[in-house]
Design a protein around this ligand. Sequence first.
Ligand code: EPS
Length: 412
Amino acid sequence: MWCARQGASIWRRKAIDRFTFRTAGETHGPALVAVVEGLPAGLPVQTEDVDRELARRQVGYGRGDRMLIEKDRVEILSGVRFGKTLGGPVALLLRNLDWPNWRDKMAREGDGAGIEPLDTARPGHADLGGVLKYDHHDVRNVLERASARETASRVMAGALAKRFLRELGVAIVGHVLSIGKFRVSPRVEGNPETAARAESSSLRMADPAAEEAVVRWIDEVKEAGTTAGGVVEVIATGLPPGLGSYVAWDRRLDGRLGQALMSIHAIKGVEVGGGIGLSALPGSEVHDEVFPGPGRENLLFGKYALPFHRETNRAGGLEGGMTNGEPLVVRAAMKPIPTQSTPLRTVTVDRWEPTSAHRERSDVCAVPAASVVAEAMVAIVLADAFLEKFGGDAVRDILYNYSSYLERICGK
Ligand code: EPS
């Protein structure tokens, strides 16, 4: 009996972790890797699907000189044949073009003799906790893996999740809401059409006036030797009601999205829809009333219409841990990057003596890149939630399961 119960709980755990990925690599090592499991067979995948996302992550005013060296491109090593997934793990490789400049400092063999260890910890970075936790004496042993370059691997995995979601009629838009105290016009917030204009902005901001002010401010921040943070927003459209669940804490989609977004480097806060601001309002001004009849823009899977609609979306598309048929709107706040060219005070990691943090070449602002990484993480969680609800080994099975659900809830 005990064994049977154990077995059941293991099975359920697996059932909700359908789309999984693991990343490997150091920022100045030879390559970054992502291994993606759970994609159904028969999904059309081209190298270009991944490269396009990698290129989007690389741009952004305020990026450092490293981006002049790297031209991120994927090599798909397994799991795809003749442009379609086979149903097995997909291994993705991205070579670091900066690697030849770090060959000695990052050698896999030898004893590191003659390589000066880094012995100061940057406030705000993983440096200090990392040396203590892993018994390191050279801060480089921490920062190489803690670096936000790891997000390129996430974007590779997210590109496959997005490709899968496209088959299901889901579109995802990520953009920058604010950098420092400069925020885009409220017309852009939560609006996938206007937000999509961010694609042609050097800061991924869909508001040219805000963008202009931020460019000037980033120059000032750089001149002062410091860094800038901001808020990104991701909007996903074409989601049916019922992804995620209210029946168990770890199946709630808001919790799963929160974990995925909070895991991105330097993210300090996550909001869904009206978020923290909703707590200050009476319930009558918060909850999105429901009206009979299909909404104008709420078509699912290209042709199905829900028999009800809403005129507001303060819930950000989530109620009771489930999607509710409205666009999903989530936000993540990024703190300014810890690496400062005018260093902050800290201690040495050997004798805890006062010193200044080391200066690494770094970005002044990586908020535009974070908006692309946030899209990838949202896509991964949504792909997982679709597989949880409509799972099958082949894309055709999933499409069949999905359309029969839509037929039921849309009353056709
Ligand atoms: C990063 C430091 C910088 C950034 C890097 C993240 O790298 P480097 O030390 O090589 O100059 O450029 O981001 C990327 C390389 C990237 O691809 O996003 C850090 O410390 O987190």
